[in-house]
Design a protein around this ligand. Structure first.
Ligand SMILES: [Fe+2]
Ligand SMILES: [Fe+2]
Length: 203
C-alpha cells in the first residue's frame, strides 16, 4: 500500500460544538463489535484503550477526560479490519456523523503521522501514537514468554526491539519518534505498558 494514499489532507476534525459529547463505553464497544471481526485486532484495540485509560488516570485526569482517552484508544483502528484502504478516514467520518467530541476524533486522526499526515498535538494525541506501536510490541513479546507478562522486564523488551527480526512489522522508528514527541523516555513507557497491559479487560 502506498503510504501517502492514507493521507487525510485536513487538519480540523469534528465540531467544537460537540465538545463534551463522549459516547458511553457500551456504544463504543457496539461499534467495535459491528466493525471489527478480527479477534487479534480487537485485542489490540482493547489493550490500547486500557493503556490510554490507565495513563489518563496516572496523569491525574478525571471522569470525562479519562473516558475520552479510553475511547480514542478503543476505536483508533475500528476501520482497519474491513476498510484498510480507508484507514482512518472511515472511523473519523463515522464519529463526526455521531457528533462525537472533537478531541477523540483528532487523537485518532493523528495516531500515525507518517501515514495520515496529521501531527499529534495534545497529550492525548501523543500518547495514543506512542502506545499504539508499543502495546502491540509488548503483547507480541508476552506471547513468546511462557510466563506471559509475569516477571517481564524493560531490558527484555529492549533486547527484542534491537532484534529487527522480532515483530518486524512494528516500526522502531515510530516508537522513537512517538516517545520523543510525547516527551516520555522509552524505558518509562515500556515499564508502564508492562505494568498495565495484562489487566486490560478483553471482554
Ligand atoms: Fe492504525
Ligand atoms: Fe493500532
Amino acid at each position: 500500500m502506498n503510504v501517502a494514499s492514507l493521507f487525510l489532507n485536513r487538519d480540523s476534525f469534528g465540531d467544537p460544538a460537540n465538545t463534551g459529547n463522549v459516547p458511553s463505553l457500551e456504544e463504543a464497544k457496539r461499534l467495535l463489535d459491528d466493525w471489527v471481526k478480527n479477534e487479534k485486532l480487537k485485542v489490540h484495540m482493547k489493550q490500547v484503550g486500557h493503556l490510554m485509560k490507565a495513563y489518563a488516570e496516572f496523569r491525574g485526569y478525571g471522569g470525562e477526560d479519562v473516558q475520552k482517552w479510553h475511547l480514542a484508544g478503543l476505536l483508533h483502528d475500528a476501520d482497519w479490519d474491513q476498510w484498510p484502504e480507508q484507514h482512518c478516514r472511515k472511523i473519523i467520518e463515522e464519529l463526526e456523523a455521531r457528533r462525537v467530541d472533537p478531541a477523540i476524533i483528532r487523537a485518532i486522526a493523528s495516531h500515525g503521522p507518517r501515514y495520515f499526515g496529521v501531527e499529534p498535538e495534545s497529550e492525548m494525541d501523543k500518547m495514543l501514537y506512542a502506545f499504539d506501536e508499543l502495546s502491540g510490541f509488548v503483547h507480541a513479546y508476552s506471547l513468546m514468554r511462557p510466563e506471559g507478562y509475569v516477571g517481564m522486564e524493560v531490558k527484555g523488551v529492549k533486547k527484542r526491539l534491537k532484534d529487527k527480526t522480532f515483530a518486524a512489522q512494528v516500526s522502531r522508528e515510530d516508537i522513537q519518534d512517538a516517545c520523543g514527541k510525547a516527551g516520555v523516555a522509552p524505558d518509562e513507557l515500556i515499564q508502564f505498558v508492562i505494568g498495565h497491559q495484562a489487566a486490560a479487560d478483553l471482554g
